[in-house]
Design a protein around this ligand. Structure first.
Ligand code: SF4
Ligand code: SF4
Length: 158
């Protein structure tokens, strides 16, 4: 994916966070513990930006998708796109972008126990980022794969 598209999607989230406070203080930043099995999926081409955050290492899955692995630290303003939208996920249904809870976050993130406290501005920004990705052929393909993955997780995790 072109870097300008990736940057636009990242910028759509900007400084918005799931709640208007440092939620990491609620839970001890559970989603940022890092570890060799805790990679975050990257947008296609996003690996080119990893050099901006020295804490991040690139890895590949068996099916060739790129991941970033961290040890619980990164340069926050350069964190990967999917870290920015956590604990939410983006679904592509036909032409519609839907924002949903990421089923993988349900066991980790206390915010999903009380989703009514999630910031509407954050949810809206995640939707706008989804629209930006949808407008790019590779971004669209990424969203299709992500939708399938989130649905599969939903079937198993609930
Ligand atoms: S697990 Fe949820 S509450 Fe904790 S830091 Fe991550 S997003 Fe915030
Ligand atoms: S890359 Fe940064 S934001 Fe993402 S999980 Fe690691 S420490 Fe957290």
């Amino acid at each position: 994916m072109n870097l300008p598209v990736i940057l636009r999607a990242r910028r759509a989230i900007g400084k918005l966070t799931p709640i208007p406070a440092d939620c990491g203080r609620l839970c001890g930043a559970r989603c940022c513990h890092g570890g060799k099995n805790d990679g975050v999926l990257l947008l296609p081409g996003e690996e080119k930006l990893l050099f901006l955050s020295p804490g991040l290492e690139k890895g590949k899955s068996e099916n060739g998708r790129s991941y970033a692995f961290c040890r619980g630290k990164c340069v926050r303003r350069f964190r990967p796109f999917l870290c920015r939208i956590y604990p939410l996920g983006i679904l592509l249904r036909g032409e519609r972008i839907l924002v949903t809870a990421d089923p993988r976050a349900k066991r980790t993130c206390p915010l999903l126990l009380a989703p009514e406290y999630l910031s509407p501005a954050f949810i809206g920004a995640v939707r706008r980022a989804g629209e930006i990705l949808k407008g790019d052929p590779e971004g669209r393909a990424f969203l299709r794969d992500l939708t399938k993955e989130l649905r599969d997780y939903h079937r198993f995790i609930g």
